[in-house]
Write a protein that binds this ligand. Sequence first.
Ligand SMILES: [Zn+2]
Length: 406
Amino acid sequence: MTIQIERIQSDIENINSFTSTPGNGITRQTFSPEYQGATAYFVEELKKIGAEISICLAGNIRGRISGSDKDGPAIMMGSHLDSVAHGGQFDGVVGVVTALEAARIIVEDKISHRLPIDVVNFAEEEGSRFGRGLIGSSVWTGQMESSQLGSIKDNRGISYLEAMAQAGLIIDDTSRLISRDIRAMLEIHIEQGAVLENRGHRIGLVEAIAGIRQLNITIKGTADHAGTTPMKDRSDPLQAAARIIIAVDEIARKNGPNTVATVGRIACEPAQVNVIPGRVRFSIDVRDSNRTILDSAVTAINQTVKEICGKRGLVFEISQLSEAEPVALSKNIIDLLEEKAREIDLEPYRMISGAGHDTALVAGLTEAGMIFVPSRDGLSHCPQEYTRLEDIALGCKILSLQLSIH
Ligand SMILES: [Zn+2]
């Protein structure tokens, strides 16, 4: 069983020749002409190995290599070909090309396998066109209704369904993914952090995908003259926000080893040099792989907002922007992947994924596992994103060793 590293490289290069921002990172919005170019390449490569292609719900693309048991549940593997604006060459692409290469090896080396092998490209993973991520996998797994796709629009007012039709994608398999039809889900992804690099590991095995709570905080005070209002008479919401932001960082550090919290967006009105702000709005993004621990951080944050605003007599509002529950991946699969990694003299690092992935949704239906490969300097979603081809090939090797046992 030989992985052809040049073939993986050529897949990555071919897919990334489709970008709407050449020379300035990869921009491949779902269903755009560039996306169509990349998916057409993916489909062509799958056809070369005799895969049966289906356009599934929400425009997810599946190539199936049947096994000796034609009606058995499938081993699914893959990732996504859409990108953020000015993103990198590896996010999503690595999972698709390694799945493709693993399938090629199974076919070319005539490795007998009982179960069907599905190579998939999930649609709109990043959410950079339609404003919310994981749409393809959400619809496919039944977490979101297909009927919603007519009202989800991009910033030019084109609906998801219209865009899909414009891209020439006609659904020929309208079935939802159900537990009975999938034996396992495997995804290789770039780490998008620097944990592997800092600890000197070439392969990460994901034990859980962090849950996310995103809050929006609005604090109202009184806009007033910066020169004539004495300090004791002020009702300044930005001063409260500053204290809350510091507290958010402290809460996350104390809450648990895997808790992370971020204030990434802040807007202040009227935003004038010589005016005390009247209103401040900011976001808080909190993540942890354990639901109880995650909820305890959110409770502590809510309490802090209440206390700090209360002390200053400020009116506040906390609204939830979005939430996703933590997802534990399959212990069986992680153990098997670890065993396969050790067979090729690698010591994988068990870790948590702080970013969401399609596999988190499929994990609700079947046993799922994810392999991480290192991101140089931890960078992703930017043109500097880089993962060594040798590490990608190692991930692919473990994937194909895992596949050959089914
Ligand atoms: Zn991704």
